[in-house]
Design a protein around this ligand. Structure first.
Ligand SMILES: Nc1ncnc2c1ncn2[C@@H]1O[C@H](COP(=O)(O)OP(=O)(O)O)[C@@H](O)[C@H]1O
Ligand SMILES: [Mg+2]
Length: 305
């Protein structure tokens, strides 16, 4: 399965949520790859605490140089042996979690040509053969990265492969409008996909939305009363309506993540050890686990309301 992580805006939680879902899937017995296609800002090495590649690889053997045919191979990094985070290290873990970083200073692609798309097809075919789930963390917005993978996914070699598109957005007015625009708007996912030869109806069926860092509306003693709370409730309801009218309603929502203090301070994988130490919230891990299940379990993914 290939999973494309997109968002219209930067800072949506696309990378942090995707890497945590990837981690949870690898705990559940899947071999997982994580491809950093955020070419202008390839920092996913930092998420997995692989310090050497925290801003992309300095060794010139990353995804930029592979896609532009500077190199014929791409180097990958085994998270469980190369991470600098002691608690994440697990060299004998039976399932693979592998990072393919971008190149340090690689930069966004300014144009997309057939050669680039062909290299991307080769890469995705190889990943699909070697891994159960491959995440492709794309640059924000209507980017070259989005165009490259849409072009690649229209190739006959990738036609039989299960592809899922995740659109991440914060739970705010601006983010809801932006997420709608990315999928349904001019030069968005569907329009660009159609130009690349995709059946746009089928493409849309493979899209789900994820709401990130959603503030809790749970009442607890001392919380849940007063004018501020009433205002927040009204805003939440207005956002629900806005999401529905912008085709981001419940039927196409894969799930949501709660506001997590650890992630407000540090981009990282949340480990069960962090919850046991009472540093991270159990709710956050539960949300990532549910997203991992929803993504890979066909019945949950296809559910209709
Ligand atoms: N559930 C969450 N609660 C609080 N902060 C979060 C949550 N998810 C992500 N973040 C934080 O939001 C910021 C943006 O997330 P990131 O994954 O880098 O966004 P993107 O990849 O979309 O640019 C990061 O500092 C990240 O740690
Ligand atoms: Mg990111």
């Amino acid at each position: 399965m290939l999973v494309f992580s997109t968002s219209d805006k930067g800072g949506t939680g696309r990378s942090v949520t995707s890497s945590n879902i990837a981690y949870r899937l690898s705990l559940k017995g899947q071999n997982v790859a994580y491809l950093d296609f955020d070419f202008g800002s390839p920092t996913s090495g930092a998420l997995f605490d692989i310090n050497r590649v925290d801003r992309g690889t300095p060794d010139k053997d990353g995804l930029h140089n592979y896609l532009t045919s500077v190199n014929s191979t791409v180097n990958s990094h085994n998270v469980r042996t190369e991470t600098n985070r002691e608690e994440l290290r697990a060299p004998r873990h039976p399932y693979r979690l592998v990072l393919f970083p971008g190149d340090r200073g690689g930069g966004e692609f300014t144009s997309v040509d057939d050669k680039l798309v062909k290299r991307c097809v080769e890469l995705l075919v190889t990943c699909e053969q070697e891994f159960d789930v491959t995440f492709v963390d794309l640059s924000a917005g209507r980017s070259a990265a989005l165009e490259i993978v849409l072009g690649a996914m229209a190739a006959p070699q990738l036609a039989p492969v299960v592809a899922r598109w995740l659109v991440f957005h914060r739970w705010t007015r601006q983010h809801i409008l932006a997420a709608n625009g990315l999928v349904h708007g001019p030069n968005g996912l569907l329009e660009t996909g159609g130009r690349c030869g995709h059946d746009t109806g089928r493409l849309l069926e493979s899209v789900r939305f994820i709401r990130t860092a959603v503030p809790s509306m749970k009442e607890s003693p001392g919380v849940g009363r007063g004018p501020q709370w009433a205002w927040l409730r009204r805003q939440n309801e207005a956002l629900e309506t806005l999401a529905k009218t912008n085709r981001l309603g419940f039927s196409v929502m894969l799930g949501k993540t709660p506001m997590e203090p650890v992630l407000q301070w540090r981009e990282q994988v949340i480990l069960d050890a962090d919850v046991a130490a009472k540093i991270a919230n159990q709710e956050t891990v539960d949300a990532f686990t549910e997203l991992a299940t929803g993504l890979t379990d066909d019945a949950t993914w296809e559910r209709v309301y």
